[in-house]
Design a binder for this molecule. Structure first.
Ligand code: PEP
Length: 255
C-alpha cells in the first residue's frame, strides 16, 4: 500500500506569529478530521523549522519539510542551508526542484542530482518536483517524455534502495499558482506514465511503492477528483496550504 501524502508548501509566506497560528490550527483540525494513515508534511520557510517541529512532535502523522537545501554538506556558501543542518533540526522531507527554483534560481537537472544525493545521504526524504511548461503542454506532444526525462536526469543514478525513499511531485508549471488545474485525466495520464518510466528502470514492484503527488492549484473542490485517480497519491499544495481549513479539507479528500 503506497503512502498517501498531502504536503503544504508555504513558499516565502508567514511571519512567526502567523506560522504558529497556522500550525496549531492544522494540528487541531488534523487530530479530529484527518485519517491517521494520511501523512501531512508542512514545508514552511527555513526560519520556522526550529519551533515548528516542537509544535507537532507528538503527532504521529504530521512531518516537517524544508523547501530546498544546498548540494554541499557545509562550507562558504553564505545564505545557504545544508542537509546536515536540516537533519539536526529534525526535518523529515525536503522539496527539491520546485519549478520556481528551476526558473528563478536556474536549478538544473544536474544540480538537482547532487541535491538529491545530499538529501538521501542525510536520511532525509526528497519530494522531487517535475513538470512541463505551458508551451510544452500546448505543443501537444513530447511533454510526457520531457517530464520522464527530468526523473532520468536527476534520479536514475540512484540505487533501487535509495530510489525507494523518494517521493515524486508532478507539478505542471502552467497550473502552479495560476488557478488552472490539470484535469484528473491529464494528471492520471502523467502519473501513470511516470510510474511506467520508473518501472522500466527499477521494476514494477518498486514503481508501485513510490508515492507520486499532484501539485498545481489543488483546492478542496478539485482534490477529491484528483486524489481518486489510481496513480495520484496525494498532493503538494501551495496557496491553499496557507489556510488551515482548505489544507485540511484537501487532506480529507484522501480516501
Ligand atoms: C506549489 O507551489 O507547489 C503549488 C502547487 O502551488 P499552488 O497550489 O499554489 O498552485
Amino acid at each position: 500500500m503506497r503512502k498517501k501524502i498531502v504536503a503544504g508548501n508555504w513558499k516565502m509566506n508567514m511571519t512567526k506569529e502567523e506560522g504558529q497560528a497556522l500550525i496549531s490550527e492544522v494540528i487541531n483540525m488534523a487530530n479530529d478530521e484527518v485519517k491517521s494513515s494520511t501523512v501531512l508534511v508542512l514545508c514552511p520557510p527555513a526560519p520556522h523549522l526550529g519551533y515548528a517541529k516542537k509544535m507537532f512532535q507528538s503527532q504521529s502523522n504530521v512531518f516537517l519539510g524544508a523547501q530546498n537545501c544546498h548540494e554541499k554538506a557545509s562550507g562558504a556558501y553564505t545564505g545557504e542551508i545544508s542537509a546536515p543542518m536540516l537533519k539536526s533540526f529534525e526535518v523529515d522531507y525536503v522539496v527539491l526542484g520546485h519549478s520556481e527554483r528551476r526558473e528563478y534560481f536556474k536549478e538544473s537537472d544536474e544540480l538537482l542530482k547532487a541535491k538529491t544525493d545530499q538529501v538521501l545521504a542525510n536520511q532525509l526524504i526528497p519530494i522531487f518536483c517535475c513538470g512541463e511548461s505551458l508551451s510544452q503542454r500546448q505543443a501537444g506532444s513530447g511533454f510526457i517524455e520531457f517530464v520522464c526525462g527530468q526523473l532520468t536526469n536527476s534520479l536514475f543514478h540512484l540505487s533501487a534502495e535509495q530510489f525507494a525513499k523518494v517521493v515524486i511531485a508532478y507539478e505542471p508549471i502552467w497550473a502552479i499558482g495560476t488557478g488552472l488545474t490539470a484535469s484528473s485525466e491529464q494528471a492520471q495520464e502523467m502519473h501513470a506514465a511516470l510510474r511506467k518510466h520508473i518501472a522500466a528502470q527499477y521494476g514494477e514492484a518498486l514503481a508501485q511503492e513510490i508515492p507520486i503527488l499532484y501539485g498545481g492549484s489543488a483546492k478542496p473542490s478539485n482534490a477529491p477528483e484528483l486524489f481518486a485517480c489510481p496513480d495520484v497519491d496525494g498532493g503538494l499544495i501551495g496557496g491553499a496550504s496557507l489556510k488551515s481549513r482548505d489544507f485540511i479539507d484537501i487532506a480529507k479528500a484522501i480516501k
